[in-house]
Design a binder for this molecule. Structure first.
Ligand code: HEC
Ligand code: HEC
Ligand code: HEC
Ligand code: HEC
Ligand code: HEC
Ligand code: HEC
Ligand code: HEC
Length: 346
């Protein structure tokens, strides 16, 4: 399975030594060929796996920087019918099953986006990086940057470190092109990996991240906000107090300062003793309802959610309209604004 010939990334021989010797001896919990111990073949020079992704003299893509050729390196194992991994991210499934991967998919996804069950594979309506070289990294940088940075080409290695790093899903501590200078390390789940959504009907809303640990979920939120920094809003106040940003002025909180404080009665019934039941139309737990981090509303790769006329016509942050309204599904986990009702119940 590892003898793939599609590798297209130039091997920079001058840097080879650095890559081999700079590694620590610690065994990282990353999967497949992305594990440091596997990459080195367990010895200083024993590693075979460099050859699965690198060509010394016949590479079709440059060693650094996000390019389409690099995406194909990944698809050689992670694409449709590519047998190098059980993770078929093109179709958004565990290979040869109908269980959806947590990130959704890049071409197709099996997602119950309406709550009706019976999820079938459908083409994605929006995906991270589908704009190619014309992407706008919305909300990146400060207010002087307008709605975001245009011409931001996003590839697999913008977000993932192909050499492994011990973070959840090899997420780079500093995503390529992000303005952050402080590393955001998302805690890994350990050696036991769970790649499929927990719902057997492939409903993506209500997925619990980081075992529900609030602080760990915030690291995942901050990781998305390494690029989309102006979307990250601390606490309920962000819905009421101006951020002074001319575009991202009032925002839904994405991390509560203290999940135990705030207005509980927006969702719970008032009782003499405190809070009563919440209206819970989606059957979620408080681990989801109380933590409106990015990943509770959005998937990371792509969604098959459908938008009606009104949701399709929501302008983009720069005031323009999406060329095709269906892409206004904007990586959301549920159709239309189902995500709002699923937590607030009303
Ligand atoms: C799963 C595929 C994959 C494997 C296996 C792999 N690499 Fe890479 N490597 C890449 C990609 C993709 C890049 C480009 C990263 C970027 O653009 O940031 C890269 C970049 C590099 C670079 C440039 C500097 C850097 O770290 O970004 C060096 C040096 C390198 N690899 C060495 C190695 C060596 C040595 C091995 C074997 C021990 C290896 N690679 C195994 C995919 C891989
Ligand atoms: C030679 C085959 C191969 C190539 C090429 C490859 N992968 Fe993988 N990848 C795997 C395997 C195997 C796993 C472990 C999961 C499994 O058992 O299928 C994995 C796992 C992963 C994971 C999950 C890791 C974790 O710790 O949860 C990510 C993320 C990932 N790969 C990204 C990439 C990216 C990005 C590229 C392109 C730069 C790439 N892979 C190229 C085989 C490959
Ligand atoms: C490396 C920078 C980077 C990181 C990290 C990042 N994004 Fe993005 N995001 C972009 C760019 C660039 C675009 C627009 C380009 C595209 O999608 O083609 C985008 C687009 C989006 C969109 C609009 C999608 C669409 O099709 O219009 C959403 C929603 C989004 N990101 C959410 C997230 C979430 C949630 C995370 C964390 C899981 C995240 N982003 C992490 C760079 C990033
Ligand atoms: C904008 C950042 C971003 C980009 C671009 C991106 N990923 Fe991911 N990827 C993530 C995040 C975040 C997760 C974790 C998703 C989750 O657990 O919900 C993930 C998960 C994965 C997984 C584990 C399976 C899954 O779906 O959860 C694999 C494999 C993977 N990515 C490979 C890739 C490959 C290959 C590409 C390029 C085609 C790519 N990713 C592009 C951020 C990104
Ligand atoms: C966004 C809506 C929302 C807000 C705001 C909210 N909750 Fe919840 N809460 C829920 C939902 C949905 C559940 C899961 C359903 C349930 O168990 O009733 C839940 C569950 C709970 C539970 C567990 C109940 C049980 O029976 O397991 C407690 C306790 C709780 N919330 C307390 C609070 C407190 C205290 C506040 C204010 C600080 C608050 N909630 C704010 C929606 C919300
Ligand atoms: C409570 C649900 C929710 C949360 C949490 C959330 N989003 Fe969104 N996001 C949406 C909805 C709904 C849209 C569609 C546009 C709209 O209605 O404003 C959207 C749109 C976007 C877009 C596309 C451009 C735009 O503004 O329309 C980006 C990028 C984005 N979100 C990134 C993020 C990031 C990054 C986080 C975490 C810091 C995050 N979102 C948290 C619901 C959410
Ligand atoms: C993941 C669960 C979740 C989702 C999804 C969600 N919210 Fe919230 N929302 C919350 C929480 C938690 C608060 C903060 C409550 C508090 O601390 O008072 C909140 C606060 C608000 C507030 C501020 C008023 C208040 O009661 O504090 C508004 C308005 C709001 N949400 C609207 C929306 C809309 C519109 C959507 C869909 C785009 C949405 N919410 C989706 C959980 C969620």
């Amino acid at each position: 399975m590892l003898v793939h010939s599609l590798a297209r990334v130039a091997l920079v021989t001058g840097l080879l030594g650095i890559a081999l010797f700079a590694g620590t001896s610690a065994t990282l919990a990353d999967g497949g060929p992305h594990r440091e111990d596997v990459l080195s073949g367990g010895s200083t020079f024993g590693g075979e796996l460099c050859a699965t992704c690198h060509r010394a003299h016949q590479a079709a893509g440059p060693a650094l920087g996000g390019t389409e050729a690099q995406r194909e390196v990944c698809y050689s194992c992670h694409g449709t019918s590519a047998l190098g991994s059980s993770l078929d991210i093109a179709d958004g499934v565990m290979a040869a099953t109908s269980r959806g991967l947590k990130g959704g998919g890049f071409e197709f996804a099996i997602m119950d986006t309406s709550g009706a069950g019976n999820a079938v594979s459908r083409p994605v309506t929006s995906a991270h990086g589908d704009a190619g070289a014309n992407g706008v990294a919305w909300g990146i940088g400060d207010a002087a940057n307008g709605a975001g940075t245009a011409g931001f080409e996003l590839t697999c290695v913008s977000c993932h470190d192909p050499h492994g790093n011990g973070n959840y899903r090899l997420l780079r501590p500093i995503p390529v092109g992000s303005p952050v200078t402080t590393e955001v390390n998302v805690p890994d789940e350990g050696t036991e990996k769970t790649y499929a959504v927990s719902s057997t009907s492939n409903r993506y809303f209500g997925q619990i991240y980081m075992n529900g640990n609030y602080q760990a979920q915030v690291t995942l939120d901050q990781w998305c906000a390494a690029c989309h920094n102006r979307y990250d809003a601390t606490g309920q106040d962000a819905a009421y107090a101006s951020s002074a940003d001319p575009i991202y002025t009032y925002r839904h909180g994405t991390r509560m300062v203290d999940p135990e404080s705030g207005n509980c009665y927006g969702c719970h019934k008032k009782t003499v003793d405190g809070v009563g039941d919440a209206i819970n139309i989606a059957g979620i737990t408080q681990m989801t309802a109380h933590t409106p981090v990015c990943e509770n509303c959005h998937v990371a790769h792509g969604t098959a959610a459908q938008m009606g006329e009104i949701s399709q016509a929501v302008p983009l942050p720069d005031g323009s309209m999406a060329a095709d309204g269906t892409i206004r599904s904007t990586l959301l986990r549920l159709d239309n604004r189902g995500v709002c009702r699923a937590c607030h119940g009303n």
